[in-house]
Design a protein around this ligand. Structure first.
Ligand code: 13P
Length: 266
């Protein structure tokens, strides 16, 4: 069974003090880390003090970005070596805002993904593309060109360690209601793409998160979808009460039951 993973993406919000206060406010109210993994992707300067405040909660402190190089003359970049050293197990790479606003392309994201895997930090690979339909020998295939381009050179052994997030541009930061059916469709097709390009066994184990307008009112419906293993949450994650409601979504029996019946559709 794939362990659900709920991640806050705080983007460029919160000072160090606000970030540490937030961690202290939630750390005793998180779900059992054996059942649901919870993480916060915060600004780089907050990661160390946040990591020092997580205690025994199992909360993951996550980088929002990192460089492909481990050290050297790269002014303003964030080193994966430094992240690994502070105990950060995950780094978000290739977020739609990095791509759109800072010109990151597939080749750059791919280098970062491989550097993360090599040093032992798990990449949360963000993909925002809309599905492209292609007809091959009379059959319709959905092609995630962006994702496959980023995964170029990622081995069978390495792919087992990645997390993928599907954040379609129509849903990110636009205040629109998330459409759980379309979210599931995208995540299902990503799983199928992994099965086609790697193996079914790997595709069945890989965690795929959905991001875009997730909030306390829609998280149960989203998490009940068979191919959605978690959520990457922007705006709604900034408030302690909202975040606690979302990470504890699994207290809803229906969602739990649905998760216990993994998808056979590939
Ligand atoms: P919103 O939840 O604010 O739509 O942002 C989604 C996002 O970008 C998560 O990475």
């Amino acid at each position: 069974m794939r362990k659900p993973f709920i991640v806050a993406n705080w983007k460029m919000h919160k000072t160090v003090d606000e970030s540490v206060k937030f961690v202290k406010a939630i750390r005793d109210q998180l779900p059992d880390p054996e059942e649901v993994e919870v993480g916060i992707a915060a600004q780089a300067f907050s990661l160390y003090p946040m990591a020092a405040a997580v205690g025994k909660s199992g909360l993951q402190i996550i980088a929002q970005n990192a460089a492909a190089e481990y050290s050297g003359p790269y002014t303003g970049e964030i080193s994966l070596r430094g992240l690994h050293d502070l105990g950060s197990r995950y780094a978000m790479l290739g977020h739609i805002e990095r791509r759109r606003l800072f010109g990151e392309n597939n080749a750059a994201v791919s280098q970062k993904v491989k550097a993360a895997l090599q040093i032992g930090v798990t990449p949360i690979i963000c993909t925002d593309e809309t599905m492209v339909q292609k007809e091959v020998n009379g059959e319709i295939h959905y092609v995630f060109q962006q994702l496959m381009s980023v995964l170029h050179g990622v081995s069978l052994d390495q792919i087992r360690r990645v997390v993928i997030s599907y954040e379609p541009s129509w849903a990110v930061g636009v205040g629109q209601h998330a459409n759980a059916t379309l979210a599931e469709e995208g995540c299902r097709m990503i799983r199928r793409t992994i099965a086609d390009n790697y193996t079914y066994e790997i595709a069945d184990k890989i965690r795929i998160l959905y991001g875009g307008s997730v909030n306390p009112d829609n998280i149960k419906e989203i998490m009940a979808k068979p191919d959605i293993d978690g959520a990457l949450i922007g705006r709604a994650s900034l408030d302690v009460d909202n975040f606690l409601k979302m990470v504890n979504y699994a207290k809803n029996e229906e969602a739990q039951l649905a998760k216990q019946a993994p998808s056979k559709k590939k």
